[in-house]
Design a protein around this ligand. Structure first.
Ligand SMILES: O=C(O)CCC(=O)C(=O)O
Ligand SMILES: [Fe+2]
Length: 362
């Protein structure tokens, strides 16, 4: 069984059919370079032609100062108050106190992310494959005040609409506050990048930088151009159904494409195509990396439930496993990704188009 496990969505194992040829997965990804382009228009809400071209070719753009950092202060405060509630001895002004959850008995004994909890989710999750270096704090991300400063923010929505059109499903949640702890101490082994693709039907994603993130500060990392090859490797345009050979494709991208790490300031937003290969960056700075990932899709009929991890609903049904939320993530059962706002499209999803931007505004 072990050999049929592949990584998908935040590097949690999922079951897939065995690859036809052995993947060249043994080699790690190439080292990331820090993204340093200032495309014309990057400080405007309006998209420039250069940005549209960059998005189409590379799968992402960075809008600088899209949100006033003062609007994000309350968002960031949630991290510090949650840290206090969890018993972390953090002094905001002293990075030496930003110790790891495992130093406080919170990893790996944490409540598993698989628990569905009637869709409300769990308050916190400490990343497993990253050895407890990542912390996802979920609770505030469905609240109106939070959404108005993030996914529903007028400037964020304006960029979303310029990309996927004005018929955008109203945001009900962000994924969470995604924190990467600093790895300042040589005493701890530094885990590398964990590249993966998300098993979702989003049409556009946005990483909102709630706090400054210097180079090598754990910035969101993306393999440019991978959105295109992964899009064309699906049975369906938006619902996640990879064709055979997907693992080999990802291995090839990892082996040949230099990833870019997005270092950014509070209020900067990285809009990215959801089929892109990506990872949380490695944080060797002394700051907490705090990013709020958001998912967007056009407002068309969707399934009522969040997407299963690694399976479209069609494929999930074919497994014969329980589809009930109560069993989500229970031993051997499928896992609902309750933290994802976008759901699978319920109308039969068409195959990838010859022009992948045909139903976009660009
Ligand atoms: O934290 C990050 O930068 C990446 C998060 C991610 O990959 C995910 O939410 O699926
Ligand atoms: Fe991801």
């Amino acid at each position: 069984m072990e050999k049929n496990l592949v990584m998908n969505d935040a590097s949690k194992p999922i079951h897939k059919s065995p690859p036809t040829t052995p993947p060249a997965a043994a080699a790690g990804p190439l080292p990331a370079r820090v993204y340093d382009l200032n495309l014309p228009g990057c400080r405007e809400v309006q998209l420039s032609q250069e940005e549209v071209e960059h998005f189409k070719t590379s799968g992402f753009i960075v809008k600088k100062g899209l949100i006033d950092p003062s609007e994000l202060e309350r968002v960031v405060d949630c991290v510090w108050s949650a840290a206090a509630e969890l018993g972390f001895p953090f002094d905001r002004n002293d990075p030496a106190t930003y110790t790891l959850p495992k130093d406080h008995g919170l990893f790996p004994q944490t409540e598993p992310k698989s628990t569905y909890h009637d869709g409300a989710g769990i308050p916190n999750y400490f990343g497993g494959t990253t050895g407890g270096w990542t912390w996802r704090h979920y609770t505030p991300c469905t609240e109106d005040w939070f959404l108005q400063r993030t996914a529903r923010h007028a400037n964020v929505q304006a960029v979303v609409q310029q990309l996927i059109g004005s018929n955008v499903r109203p945001s009900r949640r962000c994924r969470g506050l995604y924190v990467v702890f600093p790895r300042a101490s040589d005493a701890f082994p530094v885990a590398g990048l964990a590249p993966h693709t998300d098993g979702i039907a989003s049409q556009l994603n946005c990483m909102i930088y709630a706090a400054d993130c210097p180079p090598h500060g754990g910035g969101f990392t993306l393999w440019p151009g991978s959105h295109r090859s992964c899009y064309y490797h699906m049975e369906n345009e938006y619902n996640m159904e990879p064709k055979a050979g997907y693992d080999e494709l990802l291995a090839k991208i990892k082996a040949t494409v230099t990833p870019v790490e997005i270092a950014a300031e509070a209020g900067d937003c990285c809009f990215w195509h959801p089929r892109s290969l990506h990872a949380a960056g490695v944080n060797t700075s002394s700051h907490l990396r705090i990013v709020v990932p958001c998912d967007f899709q056009q407002d068309k009929p969707t399934e009522w439930r969040p997407p299963y991890s690694g399976f479209s609903l069609r494929k999930a049904k074919a497994t014969g496993k329980s589809l009930s939320p109560e069993n989500s993530g229970m031993k051997g059962e499928l896992r609902l990704q309750w933290w994802i706002d976008t759901h699978e499209f319920s109308a039969p999803d068409s195959p990838p188009r010859r022009d992948m931007w045909e139903d976009w505004e660009i």
